[in-house]
Write a protein that binds this ligand. Structure first.
Ligand SMILES: NC(=O)c1ccc[n+]([C@@H]2O[C@H](COP(=O)([O-])OP(=O)(O)OC[C@H]3O[C@@H](n4cnc5c(N)ncnc54)[C@H](OP(=O)(O)O)[C@@H]3O)[C@@H](O)[C@H]2O)c1
Length: 318
């Protein structure tokens, strides 16, 4: 199978699960068959789920290839296997999370987060740029996060890796516009994928060596329950994020930034409302340490407001 004339070749990284998998399937199922999706993953033994969800688009508008964003060789091999090495839309989705007190995290583990989330995307962009520039067209999409705009407690390294991506893209976007290449950052809030579960597994295994008892207590008994609550209350489905991404790809003048979760926008806006930065630092501090109960209550209120029975009653009052 290969792209037919008029089809845009979309390469997505990290399609074994989560947002990448849903986005690959969504684009492959496009009614007008506008996309030819190269859905990549680092370990092809995990392709079963994607194959299943792709259904009859498999080997028609979707092909599955191996690609590890941390390996030059793997990236070269994958691109060389694509007809004319043509990628019209590159979606850098592969990423890993990391939570916990930094005292208890090893330097190699932290570097792995940057190797994947930051240098992995940089490696991909560097590899497709010469062809995009030659053709004077292309779209580079990066799965960032609201944590790339606002640091969140105990996500220090992960936040930093997404901030790095944001800065990199802000800088690159200007130069690339001269070549008619667009850059877009997708900034989801919490998304209910394997992401959170993988983090919890890691945390469950760790004894937090090197971190003091107070910090471990705040992390386990204050941060973790609050974070879980946020995922349950504000979490979006990977499908919602995939659809938002598909809309950005379709734009004739793509937006540079797209926050997918409107409930998060005020939290991010705080830092621009007060240039001293104290408003956001103090607000997040109070939310976590002083207003635990209020935080819990407001989460319950949000859950109530966003619950479908409430929505039904408001839209169709009896
Ligand atoms: N879930 C959230 O709350 C959330 C919120 C905002 C942004 N994001 C971002 O969204 C993106 C997708 O995350 P997700 O929520 O869909 O989580 P996910 O289900 O864990 O998916 C992450 C994907 O990245 C892949 N990956 C990891 N390292 C890789 C490497 N070196 N090379 C190629 N692929 C690699 C994983 O493959 P394996 O199966 O082989 O590990 C997996 O397919 C990430 O960039 C994440 O930072 C997630």
């Amino acid at each position: 199978a290969m792209a037919s004339g008029g089809q845009r070749v979309v390469l997505i990284t990290g399609c074994s699960s989560g947002i990448g998998l849903r986005l690959a399937v969504l684009l492959a199922q496009d009614a007008k068959k506008r996309y030819y999706v190269v859905a990549t993953m680092r370990d092809l033994r995990k392709k079963g789920r994607l194959e299943e969800e792709a259904g009859d688009t498999l080997n028609k508008t979707l092909t599955i290839r191996a690609l590890d964003v941390c390996s030059d060789e793997s990236v070269t091999q994958c691109l060389d296997g694509i007809q004319d090495r043509r990628v019209d839309v590159l979606i850098n989705n592969a990423g890993i999370g990391q939570i916990g007190p930094i005292e208890s995290l090893g330097m190699p583990e932290m570097q792995k987060v940057f190797e994947t989330n930051f240098f992995g995307a940089v490696r991909m962009i560097k590899a497709v740029l010469p062809d995009m520039k030659r053709r004077k067209s292309g779209h580079i999409v990066v799965m960032s996060s609201v944590m790339g705009l606002q640091g969140i407690v105990f996500n220090d390294i992960y936040s930093a890796s997404k901030f790095a991506m944001e800065g990199f893209c802000e800088s690159l976007a200007v130069q690339l516009l001269k070549f008619n290449i667009n850059v877009s950052l997708i900034e989801p809030g919490p998304v209910n994928t394997e992401f959170e579960m993988k983090l919890m597994e890691e945390v469950g295994k760790s004894e937090f060596p090197g971190a003091d008892a107070d910090t471990v207590h705040y992390f386990k008994n204050v941060y973790l329950p609050a974070s879980h609550e946020i995922f349950v209350t504000l979490g979006q489905s990977p499908d919602t994020v995939a659809k938002a991404t598909a809309r950005v790809i379709e734009m004739s003048r793509p937006v540079f930034r797209c926050q997918t979760n409107a409930l998060y926008t005020p939290l991010v806006a705080m830092k621009y409302a007060d240039e001293s930065g104290n408003l956001s630092v103090r607000t997040f501090y109070n939310l976590l340490f002083n207003y635990g109960t209020l935080f819990h209550l407001s989460m319950s209120a949000l859950r109530c407001l966003t619950c479908s029975c409430f929505r039904r009653r408001s839209v169709y009052p009896s």
